[in-house]
Design a protein around this ligand. Sequence first.
Ligand SMILES: [Zn+2]
Length: 382
Amino acid sequence: MSSSVSSSCWSQGERKSDLSAADSDINVEASLGPELIRDEHIWFKDGNIIICAGPYHTGDGPMYGFRCHASVLASRSPVFKTMLQLPNASGRQLGGTPCVDLLDQWEDIRDLLRLLYGFPIVLPGRRHPDTLKIVAGPMRLAAKYEMDGILNQLAPILERDWPSKYEDWMHAEKEFEQDYYDRHPDEILTGMTVDEYQDPAAAVQLAQQTRLLSILPAAFYDLSRIYLRTPAIRKPDGFFPRCANTRLLSRDDLERLAVGRERIAKYAAYQLGQNVWGELITGDALQLKGRCSKTDRTCLAYISSWLRTKLAGSDAMHILSSDPMISLDRMAQQLEADNHSSEYLSPTCHTCRSWFAHLMRKEAKTLWDKLPEIFELDSLTS
Ligand SMILES: [Zn+2]
């Protein structure tokens, strides 16, 4: 993960904010209107259209100009294609080149056009808190102007952080945890500063706005783990608990969050235990087949007792219901370890414990695959 991200995500230079190098004819025309700031990259000498945006619309600042090619815009966006066929509403020109005024944020237009023209974009590492800030603007504009190529280019960045497969999610979780400990060797993960995280509420909002539905199950699951809306309370160790800005969510998405969180809690409280005990019949069969290496074949009873301690009690239930993916994986890891101080696990054989570890991960994967149903996301795709 990169250690920091500069104010600009673009790798080449900084934006020039003066007109000293501008074409003289454009200087003359610009001096009659709002101050013009040419983009350092999107200002092609053979460009035949200037996209203008910025706070000049309300008289609060300069106009940012992007001289580009109408044919390029039209070929990548049906919306631009239609728009550019219409008569120029303002009739305004700069240096003989027609201007098109857009009311979108000028920074978003800049990023969109730079992506369109293939300028390299520097992206932070997995789950970096700045990733959403970097891709949200151009993605929203790409959705607005129906630029599928840009959406397809940026979608994998978010799908990397909120993947649809259980294995990818667990890989991301473990990589993030390891990365965090590397950077903060003396800290505990639960006391992480809010700046360390992306806000999954913002991811849900962006996914809905851009129809990137593939990230919604993981983003809702991530969101369901967070109970604070604002980082109001600084913990004694100086860290804020993780929070999510649920004000970004629509009413429907708030309902999805509430219903899904309730279902996960019920799963942890009832269904998980039923599934595990139901599988014990299969465990009996396994032992009867003679794969257990203990002559008295008591592993099953010991592991069952160990599981009961894990699945019982309010503390255990809270942890399990707030993040069953991690809880089940940690139980699997404990079962797979060979040295145990636990009075329940130390008398058991590796074969039986491995079978239970497999059971835990199978449970987690089954639950993960049900996330679209749990958060009622299926209706979005129909
Ligand atoms: Zn055994």
